[in-house]
Design a protein around this ligand. Structure first.
Ligand code: AMP
Ligand code: ZN
Length: 497
């Protein structure tokens, strides 16, 4: 079989809403920036969906041979409660509630985020910059915005002048909003003693004396506005105009709209060639969110310990459930769909086991070589068509039927067809979909218990020497293998997930 054809990669350009061929400036390099988490609480499954979407993109581009510089930030300052311009910082609030330093909160939930990423086999980015690590770049950008005439200072805070910007440049194009409608719909009077227009947003905020997270600046002690960090860090690492910027759909407005305005104001050029937004994970049609009480954590998902869950599900079942839906569609959580995904994944993995052992037929049907080629081409075409993973997975299930028929002696596959199927399945299932085999837990629980006890002992020792990173890692790695540890007064016990 000829080498599988790769590319061209097409992606929805949400600015023009047309599909265009993806042409990075300097092939084979691609710059990809994805808005990361605000590290003030445990991530929920909705967040996992968005990071899985961009993991799929990263894996696909890499598989096609692009060299991707993937930047995914950590928001550790500037994101205020309620996503507004006044009030308490989400991290500072959490620090107050947990009676910890803000940076202890940042470290704790960054560690937790990384554990969850590992659990779902989501690859690490090439660079993971933090907002607090890029104050100089952000202050520089505020200064450039002021110099260009689009920022004004009031009482130590600096605001972006949206109406002035919109008078000269497009504002609202990404999210399809019009400035007059925005004005008509704004009831918000928050910050209006300082803002010239309710549409303006803070790019630098003066910190009150009790504020813990503040830095010196030309405008006094303060902290950066939420939208600013992504503009400063994406362009620092990827250039003033880079290839792809991603994030959840809920970030399109105002976060990404403001990023575009900031870059154009500061540097005179639109920062992003292609915007890509992952759609939301919903529960009974409502966005999964911490504040809604419908956002369960990965740990609850695995143990089944949540009122929405009939039972626990493995991380790879959940990953497969997500990837069976196109990233641009909403995905509604349901136990029925997860159970169907679990069965589908088992069928897929079982077929791969069969394929591994499949012997070429002595009298192969040459027509099957062409059929496998065509199937592989359809799978690649689906992924090249705006990352259509559900169609690609449907093609893999065509392959599963063929493998099972060959195993039953109903179809005669030769070595060429079998090799092509192996290449296709290994590439798509492991490299691109990022699925991995979940260790089958030994049938004999006695032997298993002996092993788990060794790990429990190691974890207890790690805790005793206050190496919580190590103790958490042991817990999470066991969890990934389907073993849940429970800390009780009597000591640590374990159960199957
Ligand atoms: P946050 O930590 O709230 O800033 O969110 C991190 C990422 O998760 C952002 O890209 C959000 O758009 C995304 N996100 C939040 N809720 C959901 C959801 N229910 N479904 C999918 N993505 C979400
Ligand atoms: Zn961002």
């Amino acid at each position: 079989m000829a080498e599988l054809k790769k590319g061209p990669f097409r992606i929805t350009n949400t600015l023009s809403r047309t599909k265009e061929e993806f042409k990075p400036l300097n092939p084979p390099h691609v710059g990809l920036y994805v808005c990361g988490p605000t590290v003030y609480s445990d991530v929920h499954l909705g967040n996992v969906r968005t990071f899985t979407t961009f993991d799929l993109l990263y894996r696909w581009l890499t598989h096609l041979g692009y060299k991707v510089r993937y930047v995914r930030n950590i928001t550790d300052v500037g994101h205020l409660v309620g996503d507004v311009d006044e009030g308490e910082d989400k991290i500072a609030k959490r620090a107050r509630l947990e009676q910890l330093e803000p940076m202890e909160i940042v470290q704790k939930y960054t560690n937790g985020f990384h554990d969850v990423m590992r659990l779902f086999n989501i690859l690490s980015p090439s660079i993971e910059p933090t907002a607090t690590g890029h104050l100089i770049e952000q202050i520089g950008m505020v200064a450039r915005i002021i110099e260009a005439g689009y920022g004004y200072e009031v009482n130590g805070s600096v605001y972006f002048d949206v109406p002035k910007f919109a008078g000269k440049h497009a504002y609202g194009e990404l999210s399809g909003r019009r400035i007059d409608e925005l004005v008509a719909n704004t009831r918000d009077t928050e910050g209006m003693d300082e803002k010239r227009s309710p549409l303006d947003f803070a790019i630098w905020k003066k910190a009150d004396p009790v504020h813990l997270m503040k830095w010196p600046s030309p405008w006094g002690e303060g902290f950066p506005g939420w939208h600013l960090e992504c503009s400063a860090m994406s362009t620092k690492y990827l250039g003033r105009t880079f290839d792809i910027h991603g994030g959840g759909m809920d970030l399109k407005f105002p976060h990404h709209e403001c990023e575009i305005a900031q870059s154009i104001a500061a540097d005179g050029q639109a920062p992003v060639r292609y915007w890509m937004h992952g759609n939301m994970l919903t529960v009974n049609g409502r966005k999964m969110a911490k504040s809604e009480g419908n956002g369960f954590t990965p740990e609850e998902l695995i143990t089944g310990n949540h009122k929405l869950l009939e039972r626990g599900y493995s991380p790879m079942t959940v990953r497969f459930f997500m990837l069976q839906c196109h990233y641009a569609s909403t995905l509604d959580f349901s136990n029925t769909a997860l159970q169907a995904a679990e069965k589908g994944l088992e069928r897929l993995m079982a077929a791969m086991d069969v394929l591994d052992k499949l012997k070429p037929s002595a009298a192969p049907d040459a027509a099957q070589d062409a059929a496998v080629n065509a199937l592989a081409q359809r799978a690649y075409d689906a992924m090249n068509d705006d990352l259509n993973s559900p169609v690609m997975i449907a093609e893999l299930f065509e392959g599963v039927r063929l493998i099972n028929s060959a195993n039953d002696g109903k179809v005669a596959l030769g070595a060429t067809a079998i090799d092509a199927l192996k290449r296709l399945f290994n590439a798509m299932v492991f490299d691109v979909l990022g699925l991995r085999r979940e260790a089958a837990v030994a049938a004999d629980d006695t032997a298993l218990d002996g092993l788990v006890q060794v790990f429990i002992q190691m974890r207890t020792e790690a805790k005793a020497r206050k190496d919580f990173a190590a103790s958490d890692r042991i817990r999470d790695q066991l969890l990934a293998l389907g073993i849940v540890l429970k800390d009780t007064k009597e000591g640590t016990t374990w159960a199957r997930a």
